[in-house]
Design a protein around this ligand. Structure first.
Ligand SMILES: O=P(O)(O)OC[C@H]1O[C@H](O[C@H]2O[C@H](CO)[C@@H](O)[C@H](O)[C@H]2O)[C@H](O)[C@@H](O)[C@@H]1O
Ligand code: MG
Length: 252
């Protein structure tokens, strides 16, 4: 692991913590529903939310409803659906008109991809649709090819097939995590703070290049991404670093 910014060099009065979920805060599980959220992580995130004056946000491909189920009773500030949803303060609702639902015809076509065999799972977020193949890794290439062909067959809809970890997700092309982080960082209490972003996936790698103009820094997980300032080996290391950040600031 490339050494990550030591906890005692971070002033929680000056930073905004922006944290990806799957593969960053949480270990991967066979299916989206099977992830485990350690109770201590909820406490740490809640503590850091308070210590940063509310400038902590989850930045996820998951929907806000899904994040709230996972982290209940917390309803943390969050970017959901790779930027489709935005919640700036705990408990707020994302504007339902922010991202329209995918066209029903596109959804039906994409849903049919899950019929190619057992283990290909469909996750419908309304504004986007994910096809998971973690349980059928041999079907990955076929899933990706079918999804790409379907997207190309609807040129009237600007869609993006976003590859992830054993998943390909179709969403409107107009936004991604980078556009949503840029938007969030203009809003209080995030505005004016230095973003510290941690993420593990291709979609997270789009965020790293927008950080320097915001005086921010980024860390990848599992591998050193090209534009990252350092990396963690695994989610357990990210969780331990966050614990240390809270403990250190409580003492300091
Ligand atoms: O941006 P993230 O917070 O990292 O979310 C990315 C996707 O995570 C989920 O899928 C991934 O995690 C599952 C649970 O470990 C795993 O089974 C799956 O193979 C991974 O792709 C989630 O289901 C997606 O909606 C997110 O986009
Ligand atoms: Mg992730």
């Amino acid at each position: 692991m490339t050494p990550v910014m030591p906890a005692d060099t971070i002033d929680l009065d000056e930073v905004a913590l922006l944290l990806d979920i799957d593969g960053t805060l949480l270990d991967f599980a066979p299916t989206p529903r099977e992830v485990w959220v350690p109770p201590s992580l909820r406490q740490t995130l809640n503590g850091l939310l308070a210590r940063t004056g509310g400038a902590l946000a989850l930045v996820s491909g998951r929907s806000l409803a899904d994040l709230d189920l996972l982290f209940a009773p917390l309803e943390l500030p969050a970017i959901g659906g790779h930027g489709a949803e935005l919640r700036v303060a705990p408990g707020q609702r994302s504007d339902p008109d922010r991202t329209p639902a995918l066209d029903p015809m596109v959804k039906r076509k994409l849903a049919s991809v899950a019929e190619i065999g057992p283990g290909v799972l469909l996750e419908d977020k309304g504004y986007s649709l994910a096809l998971h193949y973690r349980l059928a890794p041999d079907k990955g290439d076929e899933v990706k090819a079918m999804v790409t062909a379907i997207c190309e067959s609807f040129p009237e809809f600007p869609l993006e097939a976003l590859p992830g970890k054993s998943v390909v997700e179709v969403k409107p092309a107009a936004f991604d995590k980078a556009t949503a982080v840029a938007e969030l960082m203009q809003l209080p209490p995030f505005a004016g703070r230095r973003p510290i972003f941690v993420g593990d996936d291709v979609t997270d790698e789009r965020v790293f290049p927008i950080l320097p103009p915001l005086r921010g820094i980024g860390f990848s997980v599992g591998h050193r991404a090209a534009d990252a300032d350092g990396c963690f080996d695994r989610p357990a290391d990210v969780r331990a670093w966050l614990d240390g950040l809270l403990e250190r600031q409580a003492v300091g």
